[in-house]
Each structure stands twice: as structure tokens, then as C-alpha cells.
Design a protein around this ligand. Structure first.
Ligand code: AMP
Ligand code: GLY
Length: 425
């Protein structure tokens, strides 16, 4: 079977790396891909949101299975379009993708299915929003309704900050029409973690837990980013907590949508806040996490293609996931200046050295291969990923590999995985 992966980041490199290991795959394509992906798949110069061209490509190249990495094409309805054309594709339809595309839709689903989450209210008028802020008192969380590349959520510690967030989103329209409506919700204090499941609409498989590191700098300082590193499993997600997440969040959501006649197929990513050992849903995404996927897939022994096909065709309950017990961590090496402006086209050195290391894999994100040389082409450049017998060993190995890599103004956090280390010691 020919397989097409859509996207160009570290997550897509990890997906291609894992899919390539499947006996079921003849040719692997990635659109548009990146420098690292081009070593293992045929990269096709089509953007991830160009649904028409992707559809034509899939038809012309007898693609038997398409796997979508990022949220934008899902929210734009790529699954509906491919299905109309009789093409096999993995993921939720446009309606269900609203769980990620609209915070209002997601919060309303949480209420309808009685899923534990922060109390909230929806506003389409900035004056009313500000009156509510005065009455409720900070801290509050202000969220643009629509997609905002992970930047549309502001945790406001004071009333002033909350009001400024309303102005930024609703008046200045920082995120365009994504800010026509906002959600204001109570601020929850606890530890965050991610749980990813794959569902066929009825049953589901819970993947190993993970934890992202969203801030740019050590000790969770600095601005928010797409994610500076991740590890799996996340010790904060104990077996008992995972049971609660399945019982209170995953089951009600999947059963709820099934009962409403709009089954959820694909990836459900739950952003959790764990407060006093109780799970609350902060957000839903409808695709694999980035960089969580880079830390999860090296631990997955089961064929990912079988899992994805079961999501499309049904029968996911018949699959048993097998995991490498060893923890895995992924440290993101970013361009100087990220998440702000940064230089591109900077040569990357030392990748060959990491190839010699056992249990280390370097997933490329913003890289390109030009005349045999790897260069930077984005903010997040590489995900240095390592397995270890314990979390300490995995951390040490990943940082040993980071030491071998070098490009101008490279920066990475030095504390990825330390929360896990504190919990297991
Ligand atoms: P979201 O995209 O909704 O997950 O929000 C992005 C980030 O904002 C989360 O990863 C949390 O760090 C933070 N956040 C969102 N909602 C809340 C909340 N109700 N309380 C505290 N922090 C939150
Ligand atoms: N790592 C966060 C996300 O993928 O949304």
C-alpha cells in the first residue's frame, strides 16, 4: 500500500519513521515534508492546507492511506473531502474537528457530556466580557474561540491583564475572526499532562501518557512556544488517574458523539490539568501532539498502520498496544529568537555523530536538505530523542546527543524531563 503523510514538522518525521517500519507500506510520501523526512519518504511539494492538490495527488499516486499531522487541514474538512472522493484517510470529519477548531464547541461538548473542566462562559461582546471579569475576579483564562497556532490562550493573573486580553483578541483582532467569540474560564492550578487516544468511533486505544514543555526557557519561564520538549510516560498520570480519565473524559466524549449520530474517528488528544489527583480537561486536539508524538512513538511496538486502519474500518478494540517500558524524552533544538523572529538557512553540524548513538533518534522539524547539507528552515529545528532504562538515563542520553549538534544561535531547554525525575525519586 502507498501511504501519504501530510505535514512538515517533527511530529510528521516521527510518524513517517514509525510508518516506514510497517510491512504493509510500499511507498511512503510526505507533503510537504522536511530535510529529515526526505531521507525516508518521497517529499511532495504540496502545502498541508492545499486540500485540492493533496486530493489529486492521492488519486494519481494510488495512495491507499493518508495520515494527517496538523490541525488546519482537519478543521478545514480534508477528511470529508477525501471520503467524498472515495479516498481512505485517517482522522475526524470537519464537524468533530470543531473540538480543536472552536473552543466554544469543545466546551459545549464537555458540558453536554458532563466532562470535568473549568467553569466557563462564552462572549461575543467585549463590554460584557469585561463586566464578567470584574465580577468573577482574576486569575482567569481568556481563550480566542478559533485556531490561533497555539497562541490564543491567555492566562491572566490580574483584572487588567484579563481586560487587555479581551481587547487584544476581540478589539484588535490579533487572531482575526478566531477572536469573534471568546471563552472566559476559571484558572485551574495543578500539573499538566497529555493523554492521546485513537478511536474508531465506538472503542478506543489509550496511548502512553506524556508531558510537553510549552515555555521557551528553563523553569517554565519565557513565552509560550509550540513545545520545547516532551517525555513519555508522565509519572503524574498514574494507573488510577488514567482510569479516571477514561471513565470521566474519554468514554463520555466518544459515547456521547456516537449517540448523537456523529461518531469521532481518529486521534483524540486531551490536554489535562491534574488538580489534587483529579483530572480536568483543558483542551481537546484532534491530531497527534507535537512534540509528544516524538517521545511516544519510539516506545510503541505495535504497528501504527494497523491502529490507523482499525480507526477507519472499525474493530479497534481487537488491537492490544505493546510498549517499550523504557522512558523516552525529546529535547527540541530551536533557532535563536524562536518563538519570535529567527534566521533561516543556517547550516546544521553534528547530525552524523548522533547516528552512531544507540537508542537515539533525531527527528527533524524546521530543516531542509540543500546540496547534501542540512540547514535550518523553521523555529523548531530538531527533536533530539532518546530512550533510557530510566528517566535519568534517557535525559542524560538525549543531552549527550544535543552536545554533538551545533548550529548558529541554537537554543534548547536544559530541564526537559525534570518534573518526571522529581516524581520518580
Ligand atoms: P489550551 O490551548 O486550551 O490547552 O490552553 C493552552 C495552555 O493554557 C494550557 O496548556 C494551559 O497551560 C493553559 N490553560 C488553559 N486553560 C487553563 C485553565 N482553565 N486553567 C489554567 N491554565 C489553563
Ligand atoms: N504539544 C502541544 C500540541 O501538540 O498541541
Amino acid at each position: 500500500m502507498n501511504v501519504l503523510v501530510i505535514g512538515s514538522g517533527g511530529r510528521e518525521h516521527a510518524l513517517c519513521w514509525k510508518i516506514k517500519q510497517s510491512d504493509k507500506v510500499d511507498r511512503l510520501y510526505c507533503a510537504p515534508g522536511n530535510g529529515g523526512i526526505s531521507e525516508i519518504a518521497d517529499c511532495v511539494d504540496i502545502k498541508a492546507d492545499d486540500i485540492d492538490s493533496l486530493c489529486s495527488f492521492a488519486k494519481e499516486n494510488e495512495i491507499g492511506l493518508t495520515i494527517v499531522g496538523p490541525e488546519v487541514p482537519l478543521v478545514a474538512g480534508i477528511i470529508d473531502r477525501f471520503n467524498e472522493e472515495g479516498l481512505r484517510i485517517f482522522g475526524p470529519d470537519k464537524y468533530i474537528a470543531g473540538l480543536e477548531g472552536s473552543k466554544v464547541f469543545a466546551k459545549e461538548a464537555m458540558s453536554r457530556f458532563r466532562i470535568p473542566t473549568a467553569d466557563f462562559k462564552v462572549f461575543d461582546d467585549p463590554k460584557e466580557a469585561k463586566a464578567y471579569i470584574k465580577e468573577k475576579k482574576a486569575p482567569l483564562v481568556i481563550k480566542a474561540d478559533g485556531l490561533a497556532a497555539g497562541k490564543g490562550v491567555i492566562v491572566a493573573k490580574s483584572e487588567d491583564e484579563a481586560s487587555s486580553a479581551v481587547d487584544l483578541i476581540m478589539v484588535e483582532k490579533k487572531f482575526g475572526s478566531s477572536g469573534d467569540r471568546i471563552v472566559i474560564e476559571d484558572c485551574l492550578e495543578g500539573e499538566e499532562a497529555s493523554v492521546i487516544v485513537v478511536t474508531d468511533g465506538k472503542g478506543f486505544l489509550t496511548f502512553a501518557s506524556s508531558q510537553d514543555h510549552k515555555r521557551a526557557l528553563d523553569d517554565d519561564m519565557g513565552p509560550n512556544t509550540g513545545g520545547m520538549g516532551a517525555y513519555s510516560p508522565a509519572p503524574v498520570v498514574t494507573g488510577e488517574l488514567e482510569n479516571k480519565v477514561e471513565e470521566r473524559i474519554i468514554n463520555p466524549l466518544i459515547r456521547g458523539f456516537f449517540a448523537e449520530g456523529t461518531p469521532f474517528k481518529g486521534v483524540l488528544y486531551i490536554g489535562l490539568m491534574v488538580v489534587d489527583s483529579e483530572p480536568y480537561a483543558l483542551e481537546f486536539n484532534v491530531r497527534f501532539g507535537d512534540p509528544e508524538t516524538q517521545a511516544i512513538l519510539p516506545r510503541l511496538k505495535t504497528d501504527l498502520v494497523n491502529i490507523v486502519e482499525a480507526s477507519i474500518d472499525g474493530g479497534i478494540d481487537g488491537i492490544k498496544l505493546e510498549w517499550d517500558k523504557r522512558p523516552c524524552i525529546c529535547v527540541v533544538c530551536a533557532s535563536g529568537g524562536y518563538p519570535g523572529g529567527y534566521k533561516k538557512g543556517v547550516p546544521i553540524y553534528g547530525l552524523d555523530e548522533t547516528l552512531k548513538m544507540k537508542d537515539v533518534v533525531v527527528f527533524h522539524a524546521g530543516t531542509k536538505l540543500t546540496e547534501g547539507e542540512y540547514q535550518t528552515s523553521g523555529g523548531r529545528v530538531l527533536g533530539i530523542t532518546a530512550l533510557g532504562d530510566n528517566i535519568k538515563a534517557a535525559i542524560d542520553k538525549a543531552y549527550e546527543a544535543c552536545d554533538k549538534i551545533n548550529f548558529e544561535d541554537m537554543h534548547y531547554r536544559k530541564d526537559i524531563g525534570y518534573k518526571a525525575l522529581e516524581r520518580v525519586n
